[in-house]
Design a protein around this ligand. Sequence first.
Ligand code: NAI
Length: 292
Amino acid sequence: MAVLKAMGVVGGGQMGSGIAQLGAMHGLDVWLLDTDPNALFRATNSISTSINRLISKGHLSKAVGTDALRHLWYTSNLEELRSADIIIEAIVESEDVKKKLFLELDYIAKDSAILASNTSSISITRLASATSRPYQVIGMHFMNPPPIMKLVEIIRGADTSDETFSSAKTLAERFGKTVICSRDFSGFIVNRILMPMINEAFYTLYTGVATKEDIDTGMKLGTNHPMGPLELADFIGLDICLSIMKVLHVGLGDNKYAPCPLLGQYVDAGRLGRKRGIGVYDYGKVPEQVKP
Ligand code: NAI
């Protein structure tokens, strides 16, 4: 099994920027790509802020932090990912958009490169079907924020090879993560359990059972969750939560997964959560990307 040295990350939002940061902090050369120059600008700022904060708190040495920033490149040109040993996709949670990207990545990536997806819920087998290398396609589902959260959920598609699985697992462990493995069913393990709870919190608000504050306080103090489900939904992004519920609803074929209409209304209104400064809660202004 070859050691992975160069990594491409596609999508420079909250997840992609965190994954790129992790790669650079663990000695890989990293190219972070986004089609939106503003996203790249925000990613540059949030990564350097996060690295400087880790250094000032003593969690990272200055030498490693400085070296990480030197091994990160930002681009909007897919061709620059040509030399990557692994490319991790972290763009919008849409099967059609991701498939189109996998088709393009298959074309530009070197033959040996692994194509991974950070999807929260979409079938890895179907993403792999857009490529000519389904044995080199795998799900690597990082948690938010990637530099801090300890878990990576790995999902094998129908044709993912043992070698691809070993490489992805070794990389996640090199990043200091614990790996869990899921079969390729909508929502995998974590979101299959988490998202229906968040959706139910929206139904609880929608049907007037309680205020948003009481719903969140109930789950924090009543069940020892560090964040309430509505707060957590704002942190994840309401657009992401809605997309995942739609995937669960269609993929698992049960009406218990139908997205709450209130969640859909917030997304229609552009209230996407903390990244937009407003979601279930009003944050007053668009905050700096939430980083450790
Ligand atoms: P985000 O909305 O913060 O960022 C997505 C980025 O992708 C944006 O900057 C956008 O400009 C870029 N983009 C969209 N289409 C693109 C394309 N074709 N080529 C290049 N860049 C493109 O989204 P976030 O939260 O980072 O989520 C990304 C992925 O990670 C989704 O699949 C999501 O389900 C998954 N995920 C999200 C988590 C969360 O808590 N938000 C946790 C774990 C996984």
